[in-house]
Design a protein around this ligand. Structure first.
Ligand SMILES: CC(C)(COP(=O)(O)OP(=O)(O)OC[C@H]1O[C@@H](n2cnc3c(N)ncnc32)[C@H](O)[C@@H]1OP(=O)(O)O)[C@@H](O)C(=O)NCCC(=O)NCCS
Length: 330
């Protein structure tokens, strides 16, 4: 395994080393095939160019090649599984461009397998394309947050897409998930029967997709109510759930007329007072976890001002959790 892996925690290193290599793996595309595969996956052109130029080095670099084979094997072995990858082998800044981009080659090789699996579930080609294009969004995130190209984090998140657990339906993303213990207790405390582990649909809000205006969200929820029973009758969800910095109820107080406040009203919100998360809003609004450096951050929008001023006033942000029935609005 590459020396750069020494920077990983032992548990992540051991996990990668223990992945059983699948014999009959799809090949990593090359040349024009790679160009079109990456373009279809929404990869920004600036990254696409680097990935194409680095591709020959992958064949010459046995250790990185082995990493790609291992991630690809893990993705193949879990295709269709409801269990998350559960691992984030984050290399930080590996100081080597090929090692910064290596997971992209595994996802590029996996894409055709995922497409086939989606088709087997009757999922239309457009939904597959919209869903897998999150790969490009994660490369954009990476560049914005870290100031360099690559995909050294968020592998576990992308495995959800490439292993068939997560779908983009219009403005929002929806994930096949089990109900957590805490959320199930919160639902029960509202007088509604709910069991930990029962199937739910978790809602996610991808960024770089414009505002979450109400009609777009209504249409996404409507699409999800149609999509999951149709394609996943083996996952009979009774609830939508959402866990996000966007569900801290303080946002609805500070920005009552905002889309964020309207989105919150779709859910019964159970704020996690024990889950202080000052960094969450800073990461998604400003692309930085540096809460202490907030004096230098832009204050153009009401959200930017609210995120900063609330901390300046001695407050904190908390992860919010919410649930609503998997049913049309009453
Ligand atoms: C969620 C999101 C789409 C909401 O955008 P929106 O629909 O414009 O939200 P609102 O209408 O409630 O925004 C209120 C104000 O904040 C601004 N705003 C919203 N998101 C912003 C962001 N990420 N950065 C800066 N300003 C933002 C809006 O432009 C608006 O400004 P104004 O009142 O000065 O005109 C947006 O914040 C976003 O893309 N976030 C990143 C994705 C994310 O965090 N996902 C959840 C991960 S857990």
């Amino acid at each position: 395994m590459p020396d750069a892996l020494d920077r990983l925690p032992a548990a992540e290193r051991d996990w990668l080393a223990a992945i059983a290599l699948v014999e009959d793996k799809p090949r990593v595309p090359a040349g024009a095939d790679l160009l079109h595969t990456l373009a279809d996956l929404g990869v920004p052109h600036v990254d696409l160019d680097r990935l194409l130029r680095l591709r020959p080095a992958l064949d010459d670099h046995d250790q990185v090649r082995e990493l790609v084979d291992r991630l690809l094997s893990a993705l193949l072995a879990g295709l269709g599984s409801r269990s998350r990858l559960g691992r984030e082998p984050d290399l930080g800044d590996p100081g080597d461009e090929l090692l910064a981009y290596w997971p992209v080659y595994a996802f590029a090789a996996m894409a055709a397998e995922t497409r086939r699996w989606h088709a087997g579930r009757g999922i239309d080609e457009a939904t597959t394309r919209h869903t897998l294009a999150d790969l490009g969004r994660q490369l954009t995130h990476h560049r914005r947050r870290l100031g360099r190209g690559g995909l050294t984090d968020n592998l576990g998140w992308l495995a959800d897409h490439f292993q068939g657990r997560l779908y983009q339906l219009g403005r929002l993303q929806f994930e096949l998930a089990p109900l957590g213990r805490t959320t199930s207790a919160e639902i029960r405390s509202a007088g509604v029967a709910a069991e930990p582990g029962e199937p739910v649909i978790a809602v996610h809000l991808p960024d770089y997709c414009g505002p979450i205006d109400e009609p777009a969200c209504t249409e996404s929820f409507r699409a999800a109510l149609d999509f999951f029973p149709r394609h996943f009758p083996d996952h009979p969800a009774r609830f939508f759930t959402c866990h996000s910095w966007l569900l801290d109820p303080r946002f609805a107080e500070l920005l009552p007329d905002s889309n964020i406040a309207a989105f919150q009203r779709r859910f019964t919100i159970t704020q996690r007072r024990n889950r202080q998360d000052d960094e969450g809003p800073f990461l998604f609004v400003f692309g930085t976890r540096d809460v202490a450096g907030r004096a230098t951050l832009p204050r153009h929008s009401s959200l930017q001002r609210a995120v900063i001023d609330h901390i300046d006033g001695g407050g904190h942000w908390y992860l919010g959790a919410g649930w609503r029935p998997f049913a049309p609005d009453a």
